[in-house]
Design a protein around this ligand. Sequence first.
Ligand code: GLY
Length: 387
Amino acid sequence: MGQRKNFILLPEDTAWAEQIAGEIRRKMVKVEERNRETIPYMPHNGRYNNYATPEMRGWWTNGFWAGIMWQLYAATGEKRYADTARFTETVFDECIRDYTRLDHDMGFMWLHTAVADYRLTKNPQSRVRGLHVASILASRFNANGNFIRAWNTWGPQDTVDKTGWAIIDCMMNIPLLYWASEESHDPRFREVAIRHANTVMKEFIRPDGSSNHIVSFDPSTGEKIESFGGQGYENGSSWTRGQGWALYGFALSYIHTGKQEYLDTAKRVAHYFVANIPENGLIPIDFRAPKEPAWEDSSAACIAACGLLEIANCVPEYEKDCYVNAALRLLKALADKRANWDENVDNIIENCAVAYHSDEHDVGLVYADYFFIEAIFKLLGQGEFLW
Ligand code: GLY
């Protein structure tokens, strides 16, 4: 239980992290009060919307609010955070019933709801939910090409065939499969995760450590067809949230399997990411987009910071500082310039972006807050390892 902290901070960095953790705990008291029995995604005029509706309850980000609640529960022991987290877990039962609408994001959704509940409270019903959904995720595996299918067809207006599409984000979903094997002692889930991770290592991660967002395969032969820019600027560019998913995702695959090639890949992606951090420490939406418009994505910084700290947990003593210092640089830039501590405003982290070619820039996103909170608590050995 708890975080897997395996690095030492300088006293001034511990003091800084404690101050920020105190701000988080103070602000979240009010934010939780205002958002019980909702599933927040994005704030408008400082107040979160609610995705606990039949149309939106299956949205990929809907586990992160509960994730924040479980991190606060683990850090404070206050039961009200567990109660609020369980609201989402219960709403998600409707998503399981309506499973044809589920895509690969089941890890994001259930690791921070049912699996977190089981990890922290041993709730037996939550264990069943986690194993049930892991089985659905494993069923998306295509043995032709060894990848987990990412997305479905999104309604009658969607004419793009995505049967052969895999995306880098899925590296964060496969920990649900590692957990299912660890929990059930059945190696099949883990095998699916490993085969998918091996495909991603080969077909997504470029020699310089950057990553594609989307790769398509022939779903009948497994042959790689092409890559797409996805939520980044263009094909061949470097969508920073995707770099974060790759960095943290491969670190997680190493943690669950002990396979050195995954840690080496996580480090390669991390070195690329760190080499591209701008002078001001704030992360653009794509490392290879034009300088203007200068859109940022703070969520990418939060995800990368978590991954860097997990790499620090895994490497020998003499390598740790490189990763811890890079994470601190990202987190301090966010805390100094992009954190909103007004308790009347629901989100903490500002200047996030949904995708390069979308209208949603300079917004708050619930998952940016999740990863920021996870990272700050991780620095202090507080909260919970939910992956
Ligand atoms: N496709 C999930 C994301 O926006 O990162």
